[in-house]
Design a protein around this ligand. Structure first.
Ligand code: SF4
Length: 467
C-alpha cells in the first residue's frame, strides 16, 4: 500500500488553538509499553527465557546500540544519560567494560544472526580517542556478523571532533552520522552552555563526506532559551545551506524535575512560550519542505531519495529508541550503561549509574537493572501505536493480517474516544480504519495516547509536553 506524503506545511492559526488544547505531557512512543513501565521487580528468569527464545531463529536480524556516556561539559538542556568528565582514561576503562559485556552476551547469542543496524549514541561517542574506537570496533566485529547493507551510524559532536575520529568510526563501518547542532545563534548557544561556531559544524560535514559517509544528518531543537521564530528561521537557513541528507527538529523537553540543570532556564525566564514554539515548528516545516525535504513523521525530515522517505511512502517505517528506522523486525541489543534491549516479548534496561553497571559486568552478570515482559494486550496495542506514530493511516484489515486481531471490536472504546480528535480535524475515521491528517501529524502522540493502557498509572507522569 502506498501512502501519501506529507508535504503541506502546518497552518499556524488553527493549530495554535489546538496546541493550547492538546499540549499535554505525553510519551514519545519510541517503545510501548514506555520506559516508566519497566520494573526492578521483573522476573529475571523469564527475561532469560525470552532472550533464549529470541535466539532460536538464526534469521531474525539484530539492531545494536552502544551507549557512550562521556561528555566534557554539560549542555544545560540535555536530557541524556551522561557522565561529565575530562578524564580521558575513562574512555579506555569503559571500552574494557563494553568488551566484558559483549563476552557475557555472546554466550547467549545465536552467532548466525545478521546485524542490520548499529548505532553509537551518548553522551558523546567522539569522546573516545581513535585508538579506543578501533579497539571497540574489533570487539564488536569479533562477536557479530554484519549484513552487507547494515546501517551503522554515530552521533557526532562537532565541537571536539578531529578528522581521526571521523576516520576511526568509518574504519569501524559507520556509513551514517548525525551531528548535534541544536541552534546556530550565538546568544542561544551561550544561554544553553553549548558554544559551537557554524564553521565547526561545516568542517565536520566536510570530513564526513570526504571519509565516505553516505548520509549526514543534523539535529536541531526548538523551544530553547532566547529562541524566537525569527532567530530559528536564521538557524534553518544556515543549516539548509550545509545540505544535510536528514534533519531532526526536536521539541525541547523541559523536565527539570528529572534534569535539575534545566532549572536555570526557569530561573532566567528565557524559555519561549507555546505560541512561539508552534511558530518555530511551522517555520521549520515550511522551510524544510520548501528546500525539498519530506516530513517523515513527528520531528524527522529527509531527502526524497533517502531510505527513510521511501519507507515512509511504502508504509514500512518503524520506530525504536533511536527514532524512526527502516529496519523493522529486528531485536534490539543495547550495550553500556542505561542502554535498553528489546525482544518481541520483553524490554530490559542496563543500570543507569556507571558504578552499578561496572560492578555487574565485573561479576560476569548481564547488567540488567529493570525490565518489562509484554502481555498479549501490550503487543497488540504496540502494533496500533506504532502504526499511528509511523504511518498516515491505521488500517484494521492490515493490522488483522499482522497481529490476528479484530481491532474495531477489541479497542471499540479507544476508537470511540477518537471522535473529539476527529471533530478537531486531527484524523478521519472510516469503517476500515482512520487517516491521520496533515494537522494530526503534529499530534501523533496525542492520538497514540488514546490506545495507551498505562497512562492512568501514576508512574506514567513526568513526560515532556507534546509540542
Ligand atoms: S553533548 Fe549531547 S549528551 Fe553531552 S551534555 Fe551536550 S547534549 Fe548532553
Amino acid at each position: 500500500m502506498v501512502l501519501p506524503r506529507c508535504t503541506e506545511p502546518i497552518q499556524a492559526e488553527p493549530a495554535l488553538e489546538l496546541v493550547r488544547k492538546y499540549n499535554i505531557p505525553g510519551p514519545r512512543y519510541t517503545s510501548y509499553p514506555t520506559a516508566p513501565q519497566f520494573s526492578n521487580a521483573v522476573d529475571r528468569e523469564a527475561l532469560r527465557q525470552e532472550l533464549a527464545a529470541d535466539n532460536r531463529d538464526p534469521a531474525r536480524p539484530l539492531s545494536l546500540y552502544f551507549h557512550l556516556p562521556f561528555c566534557e561539559s554539560l549542555c544545560w538542556y540535555c536530557g541524556c544519560n551522561t557522565v561529565i568528565t575530562r578524564r580521558r582514561s575513562s574512555a579506555g576503562e569503559y571500552v574494557d567494560l563494553l568488551c566484558r559485556e559483549l563476552a557475557i552476551t555472546q554466550s547467549l547469542l545465536n552467532p548466525a544472526r545478521p546485524v542490520t543496524q548499529l548505532h553509537f549514541g551518548g553522551g558523546t561517542p567522539t569522546f573516545l580517542p581513535p585508538a579506543e574506537i578501533d579497539r571497540m570496533g574489533r570487539a564488536i566485529h569479533s562477536v557479530f556478523a554484519f549484513a552487507p547493507d547494515a546501517e551503522i551510524s554515530v552521533e557526532i559532536d562537532p565541537r571536539r571532533l578531529t578528522r581521526e575520529h571521523v576516520e576511526a568510526y568509518r574504519r569501524l563501518g559507520c556509513n551514517r552520522a548525525s551531528l548535534g547542532v541544536q541552534d546556530t545563534n550565538p546568544q542561544v548557544q551561550l544561554a544553553i552552555h553549548r558554544w559551537q561556531p557554524l564553521a565547526q559544524t561545516a568542517q565536520a560535514i566536510t570530513w564526513l563526506r570526504e571519509a565516505g559517509y553516505q548520509s549526514v544528518g543534523v539535529d536541531l531543537i526548538y523551544g530553547l532559551p532566547l529562541q524566537t521564530p525569527e532567530s530559528f528561521a536564521g538557524t534553518l537557513e544556515e543549516v539548509i545551506a550545509l545540505n544535510p541528507d536528514r534533519l531532526a527538529v526536536f521539541s525541547y523537553a523541559h523536565v527539570p524535575w528529572l534534569k535539575p540543570a534545566q532549572k536555570i532556564f526557569d530561573d532566567r525566564g528565557q524559555l519561549p512560550g507555546t505560541e512561539a514554539k508552534l511558530a518555530m515548528l511551522t517555520t521549520a516545516t515550511r522551510a524544510l519542505t520548501a528546500a525539498g525535504y519530506v516530513h517523515i513523521g513527528m520531528d524527522h525530515f529527509a531527502r526524497p531519495d533517502d531510505e527513510l522517505a521511501i519507507a515512509h511512502d511504502e508504509g514500512t517505517l518503524y520506530r525504536n529508541f533511536q527514532g524512526y528506522t527502516t529496519r523493522a523486525g529486528a531485536s534490539l541489543y543495547g550495550f553500556g550503561m542505561s542502554s535498553i534491549s528489546q525482544t518481541d516479548g520483553s524490554f530490559r534496561q542496563n543500570y543507569k549509574e556507571l558504578d552499578e553497571y561496572a560492578a555487574a559486568v565485573n561479576q560476569n552478570e548481564l547488567p540488567v537493572e529493570r525490565g518489562c515482559l509484554l502481555s498479549e494486550d501490550d503487543r497488540n496495542r504496540r502494533a496500533v501505536i506504532m502504526d499511528i506514530m509511523c504511518r498516515k493511516q491505521v488500517n484494521y484489515a492490515d493490522l488483522a493480517r499482522r497481529i490476528h486481531l479484530d481491532v474495531p471490536k477489541t479497542y471499540a472504546a479507544e476508537i470511540e474516544s477518537l471522535s473529539e480528535l476527529e471533530t478537531d480535524g486531527l484524523l478521519h475515521r472510516q469503517p476500515g480504519g482512520f487517516d491521520i491528517t496533515t494537522l494530526g501529524e503534529l499530534f501523533r502522540r496525542v492520538i497514540a495516547m488514546r490506545f495507551d493502557a498505562y497512562l492512568a498509572n501514576s508512574r506514567s507522569k513526568g513526560f515532556s509536553k507534546v509540542v
